[in-house]
Ligand binder design. Structure first.
Ligand SMILES: Cc1cc2nc3c(=O)[nH]c(=O)nc-3n(C[C@H](O)[C@H](O)[C@H](O)COP(=O)(O)O)c2cc1C
Length: 334
């Protein structure tokens, strides 16, 4: 099941685990990479030794390629972790929410590849012109922060028409073998999957968040800018939870009048206090009112019904996609 994406990286399967905030820990990334896909480690909030340790920990768990993720709108906050990723020879640098141009030469000189997730044809064309190696086309149904306004299939098709010679992955709403088969049929080189991996044994996800993901159906997500503390003005897709519902019931008031705006909802193991409306991922180490935090999830959430190991997820999605493609080939072979 190799595609141009697999050939570029020397991996077996056309699946990349998306950057899913703090849930994307070394155990998850390495499990996905060991299963034949491309795993991703979150770097937001990691500097100096903590960034190096995280990368080395992943390298101890896998000898296969993986990537580290950087959110470009946090300019000035990720320089150290990026430099450490490059000196530690992380095979792929994964970027989102900004212009990759200033980083292309630096990443290539260090011997790494550059991946960027985009939300429009314009962003994709620019990335290809700049020499980015892998483009992820993020559709509007994606979980977490959502860059563009277009559905995954339409965006992938338009980007493939525009950008030649660069592997394009589809992202947003792909949760099973049917989604992977569909995106491959479009001509994409693979799928970039977030929400499904939240329900993996290795992801760092608070128990209540996991429960909410498994319970949710497709209409339970909403595209909003509500959870903006720490990252203002960036639209995102979350589960409709108590925080969202109270804000709607209060008449959708502006920022300074939102209900419970000063509430502390949860605390992490370092004592960091998370506020209501904070842009954060509900990781396993949090204690408090998890249900009221930003519960990022994509429109495919209704397809996620059980927690499995990351390896099982990769195997099931690729196995099912292979079967679907073979059946289609047989059905339409005359
Ligand atoms: C829990 C969660 C956290 C996310 N955090 C990040 C992040 O830190 N960096 C990033 O580049 N993308 C982040 N995203 C967006 C994903 O990279 C990707 O676009 C999305 O998961 C794909 O859609 P899907 O969830 O429907 O598979 C996050 C998504 C989720 C679900």
């Amino acid at each position: 099941m190799r595609t141009t994406f697999c050939d570029l990286l020397g991996i077996d399967l056309p699946i990349a685990q998306a950057a899913i905030g703090g849930a994307a820990v070394p155990a998850l990334a390495s499990a996905v990479s060991n299963a034949g896909g491309l795993g991703c480690v979150n770097m937001t909030g990691f500097k100096d030794e903590s960034a190096r340790q995280r990368i080395r920990h992943t390298q101890e768990l896998t000898s296969k390629p993986f990537c580290t993720n950087f959110i470009l709108s946090y300019e000035g906050q990720f320089e150290e972790a990026l430099e450490i990723s490059l000196t530690e020879k992380v095979p792929v640098i994964n970027m989102f929410w900004g212009d990759p141009a200033p980083y292309v030469d630096r990443v290539h000189s260090a011997g790494s590849l550059l991946l960027i997730q985009v939300g429009s044809v314009e962003e994709a064309s620019h990335a290809a012109e700049c020499g980015v190696d892998i483009i992820v086309a993020q559709g509007w149904g994606a979980g977490g922060h959502v860059r563009g306004q277009v559905d995954t299939l339409a965006l992938v098709g338009n980007i493939l028409d525009e950008v030649k010679g660069v592997p394009v992955l589809g992202s947003g709403g792909i949760c099973d073998g049917r989604g992977l088969a569909a995106i491959l049929a479009m001509g994409a080189a693979g799928a970039y999957i977030g929400t499904r991996f939240l329900a993996s044994e290795e992801a760092s996800v608070a128990t209540e968040y996991s429960k909410q993901i498994l319970k949710a159906k497709q209409p339970d997500t909403v595209y909003t800018t509500l959870f903006d503390y720490g990252w203002p003005g960036a639209p995102h897709r979350v589960l409709r939870n108590s925080t969202y519902r109270s804000w709607v019931e209060a008449g959708r008031p502006p920022k300074n009048q939102r209900p419970g705006k000063n509430d502390i909802l949860a605390t992490d193991t370092d004592g960091y206090q998370l506020r209501r409306y904070e842009s954060c991922t509900a990781t396993a180490d949090l204690e408090g009112n998890i249900e009221a935090l930003a519960l990022w999830a994509g429109q495919g959430v209704g397809l996620v019904n059980q927690v499995q190991s990351a390896a099982e997820i990769v195997k099931e999605i690729t196995g099912d996609a292979r079967e679907i493609i073979q059946k289609l080939a047989t059905a339409f072979s005359d």
